[in-house]
Design a binder for this molecule. Structure first.
Ligand code: SIN
Length: 282
């Protein structure tokens, strides 16, 4: 039934909008292949305006790889979400003073989900359930474009380097965690330049939120290099700002994109349902 599916660019930088698929039902193999192929070529898929239960989002995520199987929410929302494997709520809503989800408030620096793990998340899906009237955009930085735009000397300098990533769970700014010995942290070493396993394209793989130092490099030199690369990777020509609409579903490719969040009013509720695609062996 691929004849009725419409695919068009989400932005000049990255992404595709897909219309004509009904994610409340299982998809046929041809449609699933089309979505996977469109995802590989565009790095973000945006599917709009569908009322999706957590089980629909899990079925969608399963098309792209094994979805994360941990039970990740705190108290849950409406009593539903805690029963669904791998689902995490991203929300500033509090009930009886307790957060119902993770990553609650305000701005968040650029990062790639799971870059602090030995095996990062290949992809993330996020579904909009409640949105503030202003702000709370998710920004996506195209790290393959950023790598391509580097001069040859810089590419040669960084191609074989490795970086140490560190994350304190629920942090939104790097300064919130500084040491790997702090509680609720996770750290991993990765290549600074990665080759995408499907497209074969090279990308930067570092982020302002998580990347702490270049392995084996003097700290001052490492800080100088990383600061140049952080600024480069966040240049506006590589960044798309997603202004959420209610019931938007996004899937994005953590292997070649960073994402961040803009600030939003703390007095307004924001709730999105997140599901990660687990395995990425490189
Ligand atoms: C995330 O980094 O997973 C959350 C992004 C967002 O809240 O827009």
């Amino acid at each position: 039934m691929t004849g009725t599916i419409d695919i068009r660019p989400l932005s000049d930088v990255v992404g595709a909008i897909v219309e004509g698929v009904d994610l409340t039902r299982p998809l046929d193999d041809t449609t699933a292949d089309l979505l996977r192929d469109t995802f590989s070529r565009n790095s973000i898929l945006c599917i709009r305006g569908q009322q999706l239960a957590a089980s629909d989002q899990i079925r969608f995520g399963d098309l792209f790889g094994p979805v994360d199987s941990g039970f990740r929410v705190r108290s849950g929302y409406g009593g539903q979400e805690t029963r669904n494997r791998g689902v995490m709520l991203v929300s500033n809503i509090r009930k009886n003073g307790e957060q119902i989800g993770s990553l609650p408030d305000g701005e968040m620096q650029f990062h790639s989900d799971g870059a602090h793990r030995d095996i990062p998340y290949a992809a993330t899906t996020l579904y909009a359930i409640k949105l503030p009237s202003v702000g709370g955009d998710t920004l996506f930085a195209n790290l393959a474009m950023a790598y391509d735009a580097l001069d040859d000397d810089t590419k040669n300098r960084i191609d074989e380097l490795q970086v140490r990533n560190l994350y304190g769970y629920d942090d939104t700014f790097r300064e919130e965690t500084t040491e790997e010995t702090e509680p609720n942290t996770s750290a991993a070493t990765h290549n600074l330049v990665k080759t995408h396993p499907v497209t074969g394209r090279k990308s930067l793989y570092l982020s302002r939120l998580m990347t702490r130092h270049v392995v084996g490099m003097d700290r001052g030199e490492s800080d100088d290099l990383l600061n140049i690369l952080f600024d480069h990777a966040e240049r506006t020509e590589f960044v798309y700002a997603h202004k959420w609409l209610m019931n938007d579903l996004l899937i994005w490719d953590n292997r070649c994109l960073n994402h961040a969040r803009t600030d939003f009013p703390g007095s307004e509720e924001r709730l999105l349902r997140r599901l990660t695609i687990t395995e990425w062996h490189d």
